[in-house]
Design a protein around this ligand. Structure first.
Ligand code: ZN
Length: 251
């Protein structure tokens, strides 16, 4: 199984052991610095820690950690050029599988500029992007995101994440991949399963988004087990458990 969106830097070794035992063999982790950024070097240190340190820390538990790095919309108070330069380098070295997570949160001018800047790098280098949608003002912010994306990036490179029942209807007829985040305070496994039941398994990735906020590192495993218990077809479950993610991220 693959957990397709996490923040392992905020989690403990015990979580990785439990995840491995529950059948997770690959985790995708994303950049997000949860504290105030004094300058861009602090963000670069955070991203390099994920790349060089967390990959080893998680790997010790038998899990392959795949890395997505970028400037999260909550981290847009810095000058982005140093991170942009490093993104090109990480992509060229195949250190990262995606740029992420990126997106919009409070719709500030800086957020728009840095979101577009990273989409352009992704399109130029044909790198997938993980696009965050916020907890608050989800519909309004999604509308902005859907206006921006077509001018900057090909849809097959984009996963729109934290999709729930309120917004799935607006996305199902697009060509984007859609991420379902099963996390306390965001969405429970029943809602994720209801979405899969209604819209099918082809377009979706599953993740826990485990972070410094209340999280369940086993939420992907629990959702997959529940789908099995409810007798959904094995072939369909396989798509959200790993197949769609392997195809999207080319891993
Ligand atoms: Zn996240």
């Amino acid at each position: 199984m693959i957990d397709t969106h996490t923040h392992v830097d905020a989690r403990s070794s015990e979580d990785f052991e439990m995840m491995y035992l529950s059948g997770i063999d690959t985790i995708v982790t994303c950049g997000f610095y949860p504290y105030k950024l004094t300058n861009e070097t602090v963000l670069l240190n955070h991203l390099e820690r994920i790349l060089h340190y967390d990959t080893k820390r998680v790997g010790e538990y038998g899990i392959d950690l795949k890395v997505a790095l970028g400037i999260h919309p909550a981290n847009t108070e810095i000058k982005p050029d140093l991170i942009y330069e490093n993104l090109y380098k990480w992509i060229e070295n195949k250190d990262i599988i995606a740029i992420g997570e990126i997106g919009l949160e409070d719709l500030t001018e800086e957020e728009y500029q840095i979101f577009k800047g990273q989409l352009d790098i992704a399109e130029e280098t044909k790198t997938p992007v993980i696009v965050h949608t916020p907890r608050k003002n989800k519909k309004k912010v999604l509308k902005e995101i859907l206006t921006i994306l077509p001018d900057h990036i090909s849809p097959e490179l984009v996963v729109i994440d934290h999709v729930n029942q309120n917004i799935v209807g607006e996305l199902i007829d697009t060509d984007y991949t859609l991420g379902l985040t099963v996390q306390p305070q965001k969405m429970d496994k029943e809602e994720a399963i209801a979405i899969l039941k209604e819209y099918g398994f082809d377009r979706f990735l599953l993740n826990s988004d485990m972070s410094n906020k209340p999280s369940d590192p086993l939420s992907v495993a629990k959702t997959v087990r529940e789908l099995q218990r409810l007798d959904f077809e094995k072939k369909e479950i396989e798509k959200v458990a790993s197949k769609n993610a392997k195809k999207f991220y080319k891993i």
